[in-house]
Design a protein around this ligand. Structure first.
Ligand SMILES: Nc1ncnc2c1ncn2[C@@H]1O[C@H](COP(=O)(O)OP(=O)(O)O)[C@@H](O)[C@H]1O
Ligand SMILES: [Mg+2]
Length: 400
């Protein structure tokens, strides 16, 4: 057998694998790195988080990515260069982090790299019949593999799109593996730039779970804070929101967006929910802004209201329903408190209470996808569904 394939084959047969899951989301805040020890596959998976770190991106990285991020017109040469540049940046961040952890590289079996999403264009958004759902992540896996010397599984979303999905959210798979419960319905929510939800009824087969984006998570809040409360990059712990008042007229106007009225499941991104979207609503409704704090409070209430009604839509059964939240949004106290106040009968927790670090969850989910690709037998996800097809996601880049 060709030696690279042989090596991958050996990894797939190991009792347990060390997989470094990577996530870099729409918030463009940093590279999440979750080093996981994973044994088994599917429902038998056992996962231990060995190490976790977020490397905060510097301004140079952010500005380079922003030059092509969520924008319809880009410099194609720049995009071409960034595909490898982002990967090399990631590789050097990874190499430095592995050193810091004091781990020998040879101990890490695989890297599971999400890449950097630069555009998400589901058909519902682009509405061009001759084109399918589309999404694009840059930071090519070959470059990461070559510069780290570790086999890299990357670009997970394309197979999902190929099989008819929108390429997002991919949380369904890992959430099912980690959190499906025999007795209770569970709702998992991730509040990143965009927020998403996975509904897993008690004792569910994979086909019956629902995984969907909800709408904006932190993206609008971050944008307003960056512009009006520089040098802050986000509303730390929700303190600005706490000092403002919710403007009902603005909240009502935002709630009227047609995307929010579409039935679940659906996906979106900062291509839709961005500064221009907010400014248009403010001007079309003649809304007068008195204090920037009020806008932050209102945007926070907006996300909290969307999450509340999404939870209400799924938490309808007689059985108890548990809600676990992850992503950077869990640190926004106002957001979390508002959701809990809106839903007094449902206990809202973070995934920390079920032993998963909420900041690491998404990176862990990609490590799980890589584990399934390399060692899964395809049975766990049954027939799959339109929005969560049962396909092996991720491309293999050998390290040679
Ligand atoms: N202490 C905090 N207080 C409030 N918000 C926070 C805090 N820490 C992180 N966040 C929010 O979480 C975002 C990052 O969340 P993350 O889960 O990494 O999202 P993404 O997957 O989009 O990168 C930040 O941009 C910020 O909005
Ligand atoms: Mg992030």
């Amino acid at each position: 057998m060709q030696y690279q394939i042989q090596k991958l084959n050996n990894i797939s047969k190991k009792e347990s694998r060390k997989i470094l899951g990577l996530m870099s989301g729409t918030s463009l805040d940093g590279l999440d790195m979750a080093l996981c020890e994973i044994s088994g596959h599917g429902k038998e998976t056992q996962l231990t988080l060995l190490e976790f770190e977020t490397y905060g991106y510097g301004e140079v990285f952010k500005n380079e990515v922003r030059s092509v991020f969520s924008t319809q017109m880009v410099n194609l040469e720049k995009l071409c260069m960034l595909n490898s540049w982002v990967a090399r940046e990631h590789a050097s961040i990874i190499n430095a982090q592995i050193k810091k952890w004091g781990i020998d590289k040879s101990e890490i079996d695989l890297i599971a790299s999400h890449g950097q999403t630069i555009y998400h264009a589901p058909k519902r958004q682009h509405q061009q019949n001759e084109f399918e759902n589309s999404t694009l992540q840059i930071g090519d896996g070959d470059h990461i593999a070559h510069h780290t010397g570790i086999i890299t599984i990357s670009d997970f979303r394309q197979k999902h799109v190929a099989a008819g999905g929108e390429g997002a959210p991919l949380a369904a798979y890992g959430d099912y593996i980690l959190f499906a419960d025999k007795k209770v319905d569970r709702i998992l929510i991730n509040i990143g730039g965009i927020s998403n939800l996975t509904y897993i009824p008690a004792d569910a087969e994979f086909e019956s779970i629902v995984c969907t984006d909800i709408g904006p998570g932190n993206v609008l809040i971050d944008g307003w804070v960056k512009e009006n409360f520089s040098p802050l990059k986000y509303d730390v712990d929700g303190k600005i929101a706490a000092s403002g008042e919710v403007q009902k007229a603005l909240l009502d106007a935002m709630m009227n967006d047609p995307f929010l009225k579409m039935a679940f499941p659906k996906t979106t991104g900062p291509e839709l929910f961005n500064k221009q979207w907010l400014e248009k609503i403010i001007s079309e409704h003649g809304i007068v802004i008195n204090k920037n704090e009020d806008v932050v409070a209102t945007l926070t209430a907006f996300t909290a209201t969307l999450l509340t009604s999404a939870i209400q839509e799924f938490a309808t059964s007689e059985k108890a329903c548990e809600v676990y939240i992850s992503g950077g949004g869990v640190h926004n106290k106002i957001m979390m408190d508002t959701i809990q106040t809106n839903l007094p009968k449902i206990k809202i927790s973070t995934t920390a209470s079920i032993s998963i670090n909420p900041d690491a969850k998404e990176a862990i989910l990609f490590a799980l996808l890589a584990n399934e690709l390399v060692s899964g037998d395809g049975s766990c996800f049954g027939k799959g569904s339109k929005n969560a097809p049962n396909v092996g996601m991720g491309k293999v880049s050998f390290a040679g």
